[in-house]
Design a protein around this ligand. Sequence first.
Ligand code: PGA
Ligand code: ZN
Length: 441
Amino acid sequence: MTVIQALKARQVLDSRGRPTVEVDAIAATGEVGRAIVPSGASTGRHEALELRDADSARYGGLGVARAVENVRSTIAPAIVGMRLDDQRGIDEALIALDGSLNKGRLGANAVLGVSLAVAHAAAAVHGEELYVHLNRLWRDRAAEARGEIPVEPSLPMPMVNMISGGLHAGKNLDIQDILMIPIGAETYEQALEMIVAVYRAVGTVLAKLGLESVLVGDEGGYGPRLESNERAFEVVVEAITACGLVPGRDAALAVDVASTHFFDESTGTYKISDAGPQPLDAAGMVDLMAGWVERYPIVSIEDGLAEDDWNGWRLLTERLGSKVQLIGDDLFVTQTARLERGVRLGAANSILIKVNQVGTLSETLDALLMARQHGYRPVVSARSGETEDATIADLAVATAAGQIKIGSVARSERLAKYNRLLRIEEFLGPNAPFAARAALG
Ligand code: PGA
Ligand code: ZN
């Protein structure tokens, strides 16, 4: 396998018009691999650090010139000459070069841009689709691990943002996403068609109610001002029915509560409008969510409790863990140390996988592997700030993750991934494996 001849890095813009890092990894044989780093808005405290310039004269302080410079002057000299298919060795070198606990020295954005660009370049050298190359890396990892790890490439079941709230839509609702999962779909293509139908129907229902039905949030979901979070569930259920689908049989609901942003650390309570003016403690939140699960066809709840509320998470998992998928996003931040703690305590039963929460491809595979070994269902996820880069579509297929969360079926930074999955479906042939409902356990 050929070696890395050069790295190029530059500042480009993401879907919110904010600077982000793009890296080109150039093979000695001339092939180029390119990756662009995504960026969150409701970021967890324990995520790897995204290095920003803090120079208020440029892009309001959000520039990433320092991260770009770190690729050029620190990372490139160390990585050039390494074998392109040695993803693990390269990622370990990146981690050592940074030397900090949260990749704050070089910036997780600099590190991740290189890590992913290397994978793209290696795939190009092999003359393979990215998911084929990533699948080989995944198989290698699975072979070293104990337990039954799924390794056959398969198309993920999407969970799709319909109504946006929280920090992605001006805090119109407390909850960040109300999502739909087309659980009745038998192929990815069919899932996508159902998603588009329901998404449109949500717009129609909102328009009938005289609510905002055109303008969308950061992830493409509608951003109406509804009087309660539950009202949003009702709207999506009505939209599902309007499409001739049966809620709970053909299409189910999912929620990303993203509760850390309305958690008050000093009192250990949650301020959510459904409960009235009185804030709720963790047990009160668990009761509230248990009520939702009873009244609506909800099959998945993400970040129902705050990122460090471990006792609350244990309670939530005891109460609802056998009924619904409980995803840790800010809780686990794609990091094995946090996931290990969750496994030990019995917190959550599923993990969101975001490449930039940890900062290298190899550590992302570590988190996926640990999740599989402990029966935690992985959901590969985009960020609210995205680009045309569709690496996560290939990652989800290659690791047979089973589920993917990209945002809505609006805005091309989202569609780049949905469309990439359509192409992969074609590559996989007429009986392309699709995770379907089974992905949710
Ligand atoms: P973020 O949101 O990318 O803004 O962090 C996505 C999520 O919370 O799942
Ligand atoms: Zn989340």
